[in-house]
Design a protein around this ligand. Sequence first.
Ligand code: T4K
Length: 389
Amino acid sequence: MIKPFEKPIYVTRPFLPPLEKFCQGLQEIWETRWLTNNGPILQRFTQELCNFFETDNVCLFNNGTLALQIALQGMGISGEVITTPYTFVATTHALFWNKIRPVFVDIEPEYYTLDPEKVEAAITPWTTAILAVHVYGYPCKLNALADIARRHNLKLIYDAAHAFGVKVGIKSIAHFGDLGMFSFHATKLFHSLEGGMLIFQEAGLKGIFDYLKNFGFKNEVEVVMPGTNAKMNEMQALMGIQVLKYLEEIIHKRAMITNLYRQHLKEVPGIRLVPSLSPDIRYNHAYMPIEVDEQEFGMSRDTLYEKLKEYNVYTRRYFHPLVCDYACYRNVSVNDPLTVARRVADCILTLPIYDGLELSDVEAICEIIQHLQHETLREPIVNFATSRE
Ligand code: T4K
């Protein structure tokens, strides 16, 4: 008999720096009384990120959704954009707010990122860009997408909300494509309470993004474009600066958790793990997705999700339903059958992973999953077709 956890285990918990350190930072804010609007801490945070990513083309926002929305607006993207339905809904919302038609195409089955062949097949004269997602922090098919974008003269934009800290070879994932958006939401391994960042190739975009996030103000009396309010404030920047110091530790602990899950779950019938990543990828362990094969595991993903709750384990079905199946996007016509995306959305489950999760808790979660699987073997299989005879 396995006992439920005494306290709930959530899919994630934010990393928090030592409270006294944060309070020291707050003292500075109290002294300057500068709370937002390009304050000194935001400037420091921006500079730290410029150093971290070795570029000046960095712009910070109050959240990732508005960052992406402003990216599309500032880059003048219009018409149709080819994108994935297997993502958090904010990816598509950013298109919607720019009056851009999302063209949903399928994902590849290994790491759930956009399938380049499907992208190429969906290009029309109205296509202006590809909006791909490094879902769970797994890099997209970078070369194939870059090649398509170049040949068809399309902008290549990455929603890298999950991908902070990911590298391909010695190159940060931020430097692929024309632009990448990173979310600094509390549920991300690197966060600033809420926040977002754009990193881009074209230096000229910085001025435009700075206008757009601050109502379009050029100076006190000139508004040069219809901007919005998407500024990061000083508390957010303070949290960002402090969390950044622990990035390596956070990723290291998460890597240990991933390894433990993989070790314990790799031979559980009906559980599929993503293949090992190529050794040149430095993964950030943002999420721990598993696929649940109902036949082989003996219970559906949804039943497992519910059963785990009975043990006080709160997994999530990121990303189910597909974005195109939400009521607000059901009227968008989809030509691609989305065979892979539909299958994955129906069987995916993301397990708890965060730096504060004890390794013994990871082992216990695996034990519960194994136990539930064994339990299904003990249950009599009722064949309704024959039992009615
Ligand atoms: N593109 C992609 C691909 C994204 O995944 C996202 C956001 C975006 C764009 C947009 O970026 P932002 O505008 O958010 O910067 C969460 C996050 O709110 C969202 O940022 C994230 N993706 C998405 C995948 O997940 P929920 O509604 O599932 O979060 P919630 O509140 O249920 O939190 C999950 C668990 O985390 C809770 O059960 C407990 C724990 N938690 C959460 C918060 C907020 C804490 O322990 N403390 C906390 O403060 O959306």
